[in-house]
Write a protein that binds this ligand. Structure first.
Ligand SMILES: NC(=O)c1ccc[n+]([C@@H]2O[C@H](COP(=O)([O-])OP(=O)(O)OC[C@H]3O[C@@H](n4cnc5c(N)ncnc54)[C@H](OP(=O)(O)O)[C@@H]3O)[C@@H](O)[C@H]2O)c1
Length: 337
C-alpha cells in the first residue's frame, strides 16, 4: 500500500487507514471478536497500518479489541489513532450507549489517556484527537494539556475532529496539529469551504471519516430495513424515505462512471478523496476482509481527466437531500467561525 504523510511533523501512514468503530459500535451488534481481529491483521498484511478508534466506541470496547489485535505484533507496525472528549452514561437497558456531553478539561484528558493506553496495551498513542470541541474548556487549555502528553512521550501527534477553521487556528498556535478528522465524501463536502483551505495554509493533514457515506456510497444498502434496528444510521435524515430514494441516484450515476473504468462505486468514492490532495488519508470502516480488499484497490484506481471532470460536474449539480446528522448530534459540532 502506498504511504502518505500527515502534517509538518511528518506522520507517515498508509494511504488508506482502517476505521474500526463499526466492529464494536454504532452499526448494529458488535462483530465477533475473533473475526474483527482477523480483519485487523489482514489490514496489516496488505499494508494498511493506520487504525482509527476512540474511547467512546463501545464505549471502551473498541480500544480493548485493538489492544488484543496488537498482542504479538511489533508496536511500530501500527499507527494508532484514538480520541477522547465525549462523556456517556450507562443506559442499563441493553440499548446502545450514545455520547451525552463533552469534556476536554485537563483533568479529564489526563484520566482518558491512561485508560486508552491501558486498553490498547501500549505506552504511547501515535495520533491523539479531541473528538469534539468542548464549549466549557477553551481549546488553548486542551492543547496545553495535550502538549504536556507529547512532552511526556505518551502521545506522538495531536489531532482534532469536527472543528471549525477558527478552532484549528487557535489550537495550532499553541502546539502543531498533525491532522484534523471530519466527515468528507462524495455526499458531504462541507469541509471544502473553510476547513480544508485552512489546513493547507497551515500544513496540517486531513483524515476524512465516513468516506463512503457510512456505507451508502457502496450502493449495497438498498433499504433501511436491511439494517439492524439499533443501527445509528436509522436516525440519519439522509438515509430516510424519500431522501434515501433521491440520494441513491447519486450512487447510480457514480456507478455508471465507475463501470467504464472497471471500478466499483466504493472504489470511486475513495479514489476521489485520494485525488483531492496528497494530504488526505481516508479511513473507510469495515468488518469484512472481502470489503477491505475491495476498498484497498482504490489506491490504484487511475481515471482520465475526463472522468474526474464528469464526477466534478455531477457533484456540482446533484443536491443531496437530508442532513448528515440528526439535530441533536449536529449540535455537538463546532461552528465557532
Ligand atoms: N471523528 C468522528 O466523529 C467520526 C465519526 C464517524 C466515524 N469515524 C471514524 O471513521 C471510520 C469510518 O467511518 P464510518 O465507519 O462511519 O463510515 P464509512 O467508512 O463511510 O462506511 C462504513 C460502512 O460501509 C460498509 N462498507 C465498507 N466497505 C464496504 C464495501 N466494500 N462494500 C460494502 N460495504 C462496505 C461497512 O460495512 P461492514 O462494517 O459491514 O463491513 C460499514 O457499514 C469509523 O470506523 C471511525 O473510525 C469518526
Amino acid at each position: 500500500m502506498k504511504k502518505r504523510i500527515l502534517g509538518k511533523k511528518g506522520l507517515e501512514v498508509s494511504a488508506l487507514g482502517l476505521g474500526c468503530m463499526g466492529m464494536s459500535w454504532a452499526y448494529g451488534r458488535p462483530s465477533d471478536e475473533a473475526e474483527s481481529i482477523k480483519v485487523l491483521h489482514h489490514a496489516l498484511d496488505i499494508g494498511i497500518n493506520f487504525w482509527d478508534t476512540a474511547e467512546i466506541y463501545g464505549p471502551l470496547t473498541n480500544e480493548t479489541l485493538l489492544g488484543k489485535a496488537l498482542k504479538n505484533k511489533s508496536r511500530d507496525q501500527v499507527i494508532i489513532a484514538t480520541k477522547f472528549g465525549f462523556t456517556w452514561k450507562d443506559n442499563n437497558d441493553n440499548t446502545e450507549i450514545r455520547p451525552n456531553g463533552m469534556d476536554s478539561s485537563p483533568a479529564h484528558i489526563k484520566e482518558s489517556i491512561e485508560g486508552s493506553l491501558k486498553r490498547l496495551g501500549t505506552d504511547y498513542i501515535d495520533l491523539y484527537y479531541q473528538h469534539r470541541l468542548d464549549s466549557n474548556t477553551p481549546i488553548e487549555d486542551t492543547m496545553h494539556t495535550l502538549a504536556e502528553l507529547v512532552k511526556a512521550g505518551k502521545v506522538r501527534h495531536i489531532g482534532l475532529s469536527e472543528v471549525s477553521a477558527n478552532t484549528i487556528r487557535r489550537a495550532h498556535a499553541i502546539h502543531p496539529l498533525t491532522a484534523v478528522q471530519s466527515e468528507y465524501s462524495l455526499w458531504d463536502r462541507g469541509v471544502e469551504e473553510s476547513v480544508l483551505p485552512t489546513l493547507r495554509e497551515l500544513g496540517i493533514g486531513f483524515v476524512p471519516f465516513s468516506p463512503i457515506g457510512r456505507g451508502f456510497l457502496t450502493g449495497k444498502i438498498t433499504n433501511l430495513s436491511d439494517l439492524d434496528k439499533n443501527d445509528f444510521r436509522q436516525t440519519l435524515p439522509r438515509f430516510q424515505g424519500d431522501n434515501f430514494e433521491h440520494n441513491i441516484n447519486l450512487v447510480k450515476l457514480i456507478s455508471k462512471i465507475g463501470e467504464k473504468h472497471a471500478a466499483t462505486p466504493v472504489q470511486i468514492a475513495l479514489a476521489w478523496l485520494l485525488h483531492q490532495g496528497k494530504d488526505i488519508v481516508p479511513i473507510p470502516g469495515t468488518r469484512h476482509i472481502l470489503y477491505l480488499d475491495e476498498n484497498a484497490k482504490a489506491v490504484d484506481v487511475q481515471l482520465p481527466d475526463t472522468a474526474w471532470r464528469e464526477i466534478s460536474d455531477l457533484l456540482s449539480t446533484f443536491r443531496i437531500e437530508g442532513a448528515r446528522y440528526p439535530e441533536s448530534v449536529l449540535k455537538m459540532v463546532d461552528k465557532s467561525d
